[in-house]
Design a protein around this ligand. Structure first.
Ligand SMILES: *[C@@H]1O[C@H](CO)[C@@H](O)[C@H](O)[C@H]1NC(C)=O
Ligand SMILES: *[C@@H]1O[C@H](CO)[C@@H](O)[C@H](O)[C@H]1NC(C)=O
Length: 370
């Protein structure tokens, strides 16, 4: 389990209450709680003296965008039945919800079917069609292989084995290696409704971050005092150093939440998650004094494109890009990435420094992506 569950479990223990369904928005059946209570997520049921066991050696799998991943799931019977049993296997997906408060009913996450198999017949659904298969490396191996991983494939996958009226399941969490970054409009702070925030992240080669991604970023030190949309429609912000104006000094460090906001009427910034691993971001050495139009042209002449904000953050975070030169990015912002903080290169900690959105006639360098 990721750190996400720690506060949740702590809360349940503190209140000496069973961790009832109402604590976890979005999960509609009891299996999930079994996972939390016995820790290993392995289920078993009994019928006619035969036990069906569904197991996964991993409760969480980390992968990279664009790659393939295998989510392990196996089942067997104890004792082995003398005649083969007819089983169906269903894989479904739940976007990860971590907010401790229940989502409003219409926002409760729906389980989405990924793949259903019966014997040798199988069927995959929605955005998973053509990208998923079962590994079937051995009898009972129902591990799910997902190809060409997308940013929004992260979440909780449930492997459910159905034998007649009985069914048993395990869940496996899929996480992508990547980076969370706050993003605001070139017109100023708090200008995005939910849909615009989604589009803004997409334009930066990113997706709205999940709560779990923001929580991990907070654990790794992200401190940002402007509230932003997350993928589940909540608005939150991560604070590591409590201070006035950011929830106050009496509140412990943490991810502050405004809860669910109106997706069309309310306006905030966005927390985006990016993980572009293909290609490289580089600071164009020559020329280095360009207005925005010239910058776009300079990358094109170099056989590349102006980098997006998501690409710059990914290169900084995953590839250690470090450059003390301010450069244009595709959205018209000017930034530079620092992995080893040093004098004259911004604050004493690593980060992507931002000059905001300067007038486009001003001259800077440029970051290109190829
Ligand atoms: C996930 O992203 C793809 C594009 O990469 C998009 O087509 C799809 O609709 C998205 N799915 C969800 C559930 O947002
Ligand atoms: C950038 O400079 C070019 C001349 O090199 C000029 O034609 C163009 O209008 C300038 N663009 C901006 C946004 O000022």
């Amino acid at each position: 389990m990721r750190g996400l569950w720690r506060p949740l479990l702590a809360m349940c223990l503190n209140l000496l209450l069973p961790c009832s369904q109402s604590w976890i928005p979005g999960y509609s059946n009891g299996f999930h709680y079994q996972d939390i209570n016995n820790g290993n997520g392995n289920g078993e049921i009994h019928f006619n003296g035969v036990r069906l066991l569904v197991e996964s050696p991993q409760t969480s799998v980390m992968a990279t965008r664009g790659s393939s991943v295998t989510l392990p799931c196996h089942y067997h019977y104890e004792p082995e039945p003398s005649t083969p049993r007819r089983t169906r296997v269903k894989w479904s997906w739940l976007p990860t919800h971590g907010a401790a408060e229940p989502a409003s009913p219409e926002d409760v996450a729906q389980e989405t079917e990924v793949m259903v198999t019966m014997g040798n017949r199988h069927r995959s659904y929605g955005g998973f069609r053509g990208r998923v298969r079962l590994r079937r490396a051995a009898p009972g191996d129902m591990s799910l292989v997902i190809n060409e991983l997308r940013l929004n494939d992260t979440g909780r996958y449930r492997c459910e084995v159905i034998d007649g009226l009985e069914d048993e399941s395990v869940t496996v969490e899929l996480e992508l290696r990547g980076v969370v970054f706050p993003y605001s409009s070139h017109t100023g702070r708090y200008r995005f409704n939910f849909l615009e925030a989604q589009q803004a992240c997409r334009a930066q080669d990113a997706a709205l971050a999940t709560f779990e991604q923001l929580f991990t970023a907070w654990e790794e030190g992200l401190d940002w005092c402007n509230a932003g949309w997350l993928a589940d429609g909540t608005v939150q912000y991560p604070i590591t150093a409590p201070r006035e104006g950011c929830g106050g000094v009496d509140l412990a460090p943490g991810v502050r939440s405004y809860g669910q906001r109106h997706r069309l009427r309310h306006r905030y910034d966005a927390f985006c998650f990016s993980a572009s691993i293909r290609g490289a971001v580089y600071f164009l050495k020559d020329p280095t004094r360009l207005n925005f139009t010239e910058a776009v042209r300079a990358c094109a002449s170099d056989g590349s494109q102006v980098a997006t904000v998501g690409q710059l953050f990914t290169a900084w975070r995953l590839m250690g890009l470090d450059s003390c030169d301010a450069g244009w990015l595709a959205d018209g912002s000017v930034r530079y990435p620092i992995t080893k903080a040093r004098p004259n290169c911004g604050p004493p900690e690593p980060g992507v420094r931002s000059f905001g959105f300067p007038p486009r006639f001003l001259k800077f360098g440029v970051y290109c992506y190829r």
